[in-house]
Design a protein around this ligand. Structure first.
Ligand code: ADP
Ligand code: MG
Length: 321
């Protein structure tokens, strides 16, 4: 059965934690991820891709930091836009090549995407998302005085980092353009890194220094394109209760109500599985049919109901084995 599926690639689909981040490494990872997308396209599904940008935006920020005496440093929204272009290009080229090879030609487009957030979102008063390099206590004090950055100590990793707000995404600004592209049978890559956060003031958009969670932005994207399925691909094949304890239980097919109960019980860590489960829950509450959280390797099986954590309104309706 053909579905419209929004796929959100996790960090490791582009860069694995032990890798340095060379272009070759990223290209090779992206190729593997794109093979999974191509398999879903070949099976008759319409796929929209979104992706994270953590390591890449960290690298761009560092490049700006190091070169700032010679080239003006760019603000966070511009750096986010740069990574959408860079990662979008890799995915776009890889998918074009794979689909051409498989005689499934179609336009592949990556779109620099703005995502609207609310200036009054409580997140702006409580920045939580660490970005960029680690600094000494002296540097941290200087940056907060000179640039107004909020700095937080990461004791475990021995240094200070800038933290920025992580507001809730409201809507994808370019959604009408994305829908037109989908109507033209294009494969769209959108909202990379959670999208570039923008606020609206007197009818005009302005970029802000914040980071939107990519899974929550992916959920908005899935709603805005009326997808049937939101599929979040990360580095575990299933979501677990009592994760990383002797009592760990992996979840397969569950109902929305169970997902909400487990979420409320605090099984999913903030900053990692938490926002994925929240995105999965919101998608169903917003009218979506099915949310899947699984690994890249299991993507094909999961769409058939045969792997991964699958959340539906009733917990049934797919051949869950
Ligand atoms: P991505 O980079 O793909 O967005 P994250 O690293 O942010 O992924 O989140 C995925 C990670 O969440 C997993 O590798 C796992 O270590 C962690 N995690 C936290 N809680 C859970 C849970 N309850 N079940 C499964 N994984 C969990
Ligand atoms: Mg990760």
């Amino acid at each position: 059965m053909s579905k419209r599926i929004v796929i959100a690639f996790g960090g490791n689909a582009i860069l694995q934690s032990k890798q340095k981040g060379t272009a070759e490494e990223q290209r090779a990872n992206v190729h593997t991820a794109c093979m999974a997308v191509a398999n879903l396209v070949e099976a008759g599904n319409q796929v929209i891709v979104t992706h994270g940008n953590g390591p890449q935006v960290g690298a761009v920020l560092l490049q700006n930091e190091i070169a700032k005496e010679q080239v003006p440093a760019m603000p966070l929204d511009m750096c986010g836009a740069a990574t959408q272009g860079q990662i979008g290009y890799m995915i776009q080229q890889s998918l074009t090549n794979i689909l051409t090879e498989r005689a499934l030609p179609r336009p592949v487009v990556s779109l620099v995407t703005q995502v609207l957030v609310d200036e009054n979102d409580a997140a702006f008063k409580h920045p939580t998302k660490p970005i960029g390099s680690f600094y000494t206590a002296e540097e941290a004090a200087r940056f907060s005085a000179e640039k107004g950055w909020v700095m937080r100590e990461d004791k475990a990793r021995g240094g200070w980092r800038r933290v920025v707000p992580s507001p809730d995404p409201i809507r994808i600004v370019e959604r009408a353009a994305i829908r037109s592209l989908l109507d033209a049978e294009a494969l769209v890559i959108s909202s990379g890194g959670g999208g570039i956060p923008v606020v609206e003031r007197a009818g005009k958009l302005y970029g802000v220094e914040a980071v939107i969670d990519k899974d929550l932005a992916g959920e908005r994207l899935a709603c805005d394109v009326e997808a049937d399925t939101l599929m979040i691909l990360t580095d575990v094949s299933e979501v677990a209760l009592n994760f990383n304890t002797p009592d760990q239980v992996n979840l397969r097919c569950i109902a929305l109500s169970e997902a909400k109960r487990y979420y409320g019980e605090g099984h999913f860590k903030a900053g990692s599985m938490g926002p994925k489960m929240l995105a999965a829950i919101r998608f169903l509450e917003d009218g979506g049919e099915r949310s899947i959280i699984t690994s890249l390797e299991m993507a094909g099986k999961a769409v058939q109901g045969l792997a991964g954590t699958i959340i539906t309104r009733t917990g049934e309706g797919y051949p869950c084995q």
